[in-house]
Ligand binder design. Sequence first.
Ligand SMILES: [Zn+2]
Length: 273
Amino acid sequence: MKITNHKLVAEASDPVLQQLSTPNQGGTITPQYLIIHYTAGNSFDSSVNWLMNPLAKASAHLVIGRDGKIAQLGPFNKSLWHAGQSRWADLVGLNNYSIGIELDNSGRLTKSGDKYINVSGKVIPASDIVFAKHKHEDTEQAWHNYPQKQMEVLQQISLLLMRNYNLKDVLGHEDIAPFRKADPGPAFPMTSFAAQIIGRSDDSGEIFKTTTEDVNFRSSPAMDATNVLGKLKKGTKVEYISANGGWFNVYIVSASTLREKLGWIHSTMLARA
Ligand SMILES: [Zn+2]
């Protein structure tokens, strides 16, 4: 995945990406923050349709589905209408200073008989429910979970956005509009997510280099014939982002056709540079 002209461009083996243009957008901005939301909707498609509807007077730059599929509704350098009345630091009205990502998630759930349902009455399976206390509330409640695939895609995109726009921080809608909004809520691992995204977006990451010729550079942390993005020469320098099992998620920093791409290399093929 990469960003060209303020739009995401999918590459081989990236999740499905749909480019749309919502009428619910304003003028040009220089984004400083990344704001995470939940849709509180029933599905990816219904949320995308609503945010494309002029009656909604609401939108976001991206919607990410529970299976990782992505819709971009407007360029990252335009004001999209996701924050509403909001403030952070000395800024008021964060639509003019931020990129908004909506995650397909039903949000707060309520009990109905022996089931849990969302605001539209849709039953959420027990395996997708998290019981937790919102940081602005006193009691534990039921919330829709965030699946791993959705979180992986969000992380990948967030790292790209942080780097491209040199963003200052990642925040929840609940942080910039605490009296109105509860999203993304306690099911979202904001502390560890923000630490990952911010901590790894600066230029002080650890640098490794490949120790053999033709090292496979992969789109996912697995030995799989279908996920090879390319082959790296011995001595290719990469910046460490995170680990998953024996795999390192890295950025290519050496001159290469894969330079600045994010992908996975098995750690046995890397040594500290
Ligand atoms: Zn929101």
